[in-house]
Design a protein around this ligand. Structure first.
Ligand code: 13P
Ligand code: SF4
Length: 362
């Protein structure tokens, strides 16, 4: 019988550490642990590969390991299951580690949107659906079914360019900010990027707005990145005018417009790591990444600051703790798989089509 999580919940972190190290040694090359940049330190340090969503999806696709343990959130483990071979097993240490942004779009509402758009335009010939990788597998399958594609925060511009080469319009979900910020940087006028309010008939848009739009943006957002405000940049620059500002494209338009640099978590890390010694940075992305970068860059005299004065971490990323990691690994050593993530085969096939289209572009 599988070991129960309740026997791990009260273990202290050092005890969990020792168990994780021992289990990794016992499982050897049968196991790979992937860790997203937003994971807390106590978990992050055990990852074999760390990265942003794009890098980790490539790691998952390239892995030969029998067990792919994803220290991230649910949609990432789904991607690992979809891209890995059938005999490989994707595991999410805590099944409650979801993504609130991914939950803002669901298949029923996206289908309804597609059908309503179809009353005004020839959707199949005029619209390419793009789903941000932060979405459930059935939405990736929807994109596969409709000759669409997946994007991440590091390839959104290339994916939009590819999409406009296929068809004249894009339906972009679930994150309005990534779509808008990327479209704006490509020179698409704001008036041609409309927001589909999924709570209203016809998205709350007029027929003319839909006909004239180049990008139809789903009105989802990330609750973590939504907390960054342009006033926080203004206030900081009054105190430290030499500061360079860098933001994740999930932050709102006004923050990204004021930022000197905009890019994925991997891009943020690279830019600050390669920056001049003694430079000062204000960063709009998740707290664990920023704290780690601050510690890493201190030696060069770099100052890395978190943009929001109020605490702002991704609470679902935080759910993966050493206790859950130790629990699932000890079970694997004992020959039991817990928290396996499985995408239904037909859905996985269509979702893989949309993911492979993305991976072929980079
Ligand atoms: P990236 O790591 O791809 O930049 O994405 C950030 C994110 O929100 C993951 O959920
Ligand atoms: Fe989702 Fe935002 Fe957390 Fe990323 S930071 S996993 S988008 S809730």
């Amino acid at each position: 019988m599988a070991l129960a999580f309740q026997d791990y919940a009260l273990l202290d972190d050092d005890d969990c550490d020792a168990r994780i190290v021992a289990a990794k040694a016992a499982l050897g090359s049968r196991l790979v642990i992937l860790g997203h940049h937003y994971q807390r330190d106590e978990v992050f340090k055990h990852a074999d590969f760390v990265g942003d969503s794009l890098k980790l999806s490539r790691n998952a696709a390239a892995s030969d390991a029998e067990y792919i343990v994803f220290c991230g959130v649910h949609f990432m483990a789904e991607v690992a299951d979809i891209l890995s071979r059938p005999e490989q097993i994707a595991i999410l240490p805590d099944l409650a580690a979801g993504c609130s942004m991914a939950d803002m779009a669901n298949l029923i509402k996206v289908r309804q949107c597609w059908q309503e758009l179809g009353q005004i335009i020839d959707v199949d010939n005029a619209v390419t659906p793009i789903t941000y990788i932060n979405s459930a597998a059935d939405l990736k399958a929807f994109c596969g079914e409709h000759e669409g594609i997946v994007c991440t925060s590091s390839n959104a511009q290339k994916i939009l360019e590819w999409s406009f080469a296929q068809r004249e319009k894009v339906l972009f979900f679930p994150d309005q900010h990534l779509g808008r910020n990327t479209g704006y940087r490509m020179g698409i006028p704001m008036a041609e990027m409309v927001t589909w309010d999924f709570t209203k008939p016809m998205g709350g848009l007029t027929e003319t707005q839909i006909r004239d739009a180049k990008i139809i943006l789903w009105n989802g957002h990330c609750s973590v990145h939504q907390a960054f405000k342009p006033e926080q940049i203004d206030d900081f620059l009054v105190r430290y005018p030499e500061t360079q500002v860098i933001a994740h494209p999930e932050a709102c338009f006004e923050v990204c417009e004021k930022a000197d640099f905009v890019g994925s978590t991997e891009y943020i890390l690279k830019t600050i790591r390669e920056a001049e010694a003694n430079s000062r940075w204000l960063v709009a992305t998740e707290l664990n990444l920023v704290n780690r970068l601050h510690e890493e860059c201190k030696a060069d005299g770099k100052n890395v600051h978190f943009m929001s004065p109020t605490l702002c971490m991704c609470s679902t990323m935080f759910r993966t703790d050493p206790q859950h990691l130790a629990w699932i690994l000890d079970n694997l050593v004992a020959g039991d798989v817990v928290n396996k993530i499985t995408v239904a085969p037909q859905q996985a096939q269509l979702a893989k089509k949309a993911l492979d289209a993305m991976l072929a572009i980079n």
